[in-house]
Ligand binder design. Structure first.
Ligand SMILES: C[S@@+](CC[C@H](N)C(=O)[O-])C[C@H]1O[C@@H](n2cnc3c(N)ncnc32)[C@H](O)[C@@H]1O
Length: 216
């Protein structure tokens, strides 16, 4: 289902089209051709804005694919920042380094071909942003790990939190292993929004992005 009225989405997309960086367009074209679930341009803008708004310089991404979401984070942190990307497919690392290199955005990139949570555990210190976009049955563990290592004033940002409306019972399950994911995501939404250390809201763009700011 469309979370946002397509006419409104088209309007926002039109405004966002002023960004005519060719590498960005290439990455979007690859997603369209292969049905790869990138976060998309509007949510990408949200990622950059949020990261810039808190002066982020150190970011951990759980589930990076070929670097589209990292493209936006890299614009925010600049070449002296630090972004950890994770994915289990080495081909995604190769593609990400190619795209981000050609865009001049590979300065802060550290790509781990590994399970996101294992790579997170192996990378010490606090983060300004932990961004999560892995398989959804991994979300409870990702949140549990991340929330302890986000600095006060930092953010947990996580994609697909409306899961095509299924968290609200307004669309049919996909009839595959993702049947159970709606319940899992709903559980994580409720856990995050009830956490007294965070203030949070789901931004209802594309498939819903939760933004949780650590306040204490
Ligand atoms: C939705 S895509 C990520 C898209 C990316 N955030 C973007 O917007 O460009 C999810 C990616 O995470 C990877 N992935 C899924 N579960 C993972 C896990 N537990 N650890 C590491 N990578 C994982 C998948 O292989 C896939 O490439």
């Amino acid at each position: 289902m469309d979370i946002l009225d397509p006419r409104i989405n088209d309007y926002l997309a039109d405004l966002a089209s002023v960004d005519d960086e060719p590498v960005l367009a290439e990455m979007e074209e690859r997603a369209a051709q292969n049905g790869f679930p990138i976060v998309g341009r509007l949510c990408g803008q949200v990622l950059e804005l949020l990261a810039r708004s808190i002066g982020a310089s150190r970011i951990f991404e759980m589930g990076s694919g070929y670097g589209y979401s990292a493209y936006w984070f890299s614009r925010a942190v600049g070449p002296d920042g630090e972004i950890h990307l994770t994915d289990m497919d080495p081909e995604n690392e190769r593609l990400a380094l190619g795209y981000l290199g050609r865009a001049g955005l590979d300065g802060p990139i550290n790509y781990h071909v590994a399970s996101a949570v294992e790579a997170f555990d192996a990378t010490t210190g606090e983060f300004d942003v932990v961004y999560c976009d892995i398989d959804k049955d991994g979300y409870p563990e990702a949140w549990a790990r991340a929330k302890e290592r986000i600095r006060v004033g930092g953010m947990f940002i996580c994609d697909n939190m409306l899961w095509d409306g299924r968290v609200a019972g307004v669309s049919e399950p996909p009839n595959d292993r993702r049947d159970a994911w709606g319940k899992i995501i709903d559980g994580v939404n409720r856990t995050i929004t009830a956490d007294p250390n965070f203030r949070s809201l789901i931004v209802p763009l594309r498939d819903g992005v939760i933004v949780a700011l650590r306040v204490q």
